[in-house]
Write a protein that binds this ligand. Sequence first.
Ligand code: ZN
Length: 310
Amino acid sequence: MAGGTEAWRASGLRWEAPAGSPLTPDQARRYSRHLLMPEVGPEGQARLLDARVLLVGAGGLGSPAALYLAAAGVGTLGIVDFDVVDVSNLQRQVLHTTDRVGVPKVESARAAIGALNPEVRVVAHDAMLGPENVAAIIDAYDVVVDGTDSFETRYALNDAAVRLGIPVVHASVYRFEGQLTVFDAADGPCYRCLYPSPPPPELAPPCSVAGVLGVVPGIMGMLQANEALKLLLGIGDPLVGRLLLFDALETSFEELRLRRDPDCPTCGDAARTGRADAAPAPGPVPVPTSAGAGAPEVFDLPWPPRPASA
Ligand SMILES: [Zn+2]
């Protein structure tokens, strides 16, 4: 036929993907740049289409993460946010638009994601994540992307994710700085190992008080999407047990090694043996790279812990 298979398809005639492909012809076209790479390929793309990622917060971190995960074809995106779009959000929260000021963020996010990739199923959780609902919400997901601006939520999320064995891609931002790590319950430290308790509020002002350069949550949120995709595809070296620090003024990245605290109330040895589904004992505990022997646990972690971008 003149024009080949493209013309055949363009004319609306019936066309089927090669036998055995898990993707439809439309999917094969949309995700063609993924399919070219053996690390993804049709099987990896099918895995992404079956995957479920929960974004905690549709703000500065959640916006770029949601857009890139939707573009990548992650089949189900859950979004937890109880806020409405404010005009002061638009400096960095690129999911939202001027004409959606006043609209619930979960609905604004649904509109943006639907326009980008209508194949993605968006599950809106118009709620505040807390100890009473966190386990029920996150249990339906493969990976959680943490963009919360509340320490209370962050600890509740951490404790439930460790208990359920769900990895959390964590990021936080403060003015010109960003931090990123992956908490994997089976393999690495958890948030409570790093920061056993929240800081006094006056030491960790949210960005509504301290300010933030808009691109900083953008950069960190995209790095979160990168880690989430790696976890879903089972490729690369996830940022488990490593804390990446970004300095926007220097344009520099620094990496700290993190150690699991054997006395951690959430993931420590006692908590593990007390659980019926206790993970196997971890290997040697990594020591922070810049630490001498016997250095205190969190000696070189940034203090106070950083909030996220609300
Ligand atoms: Zn821990």
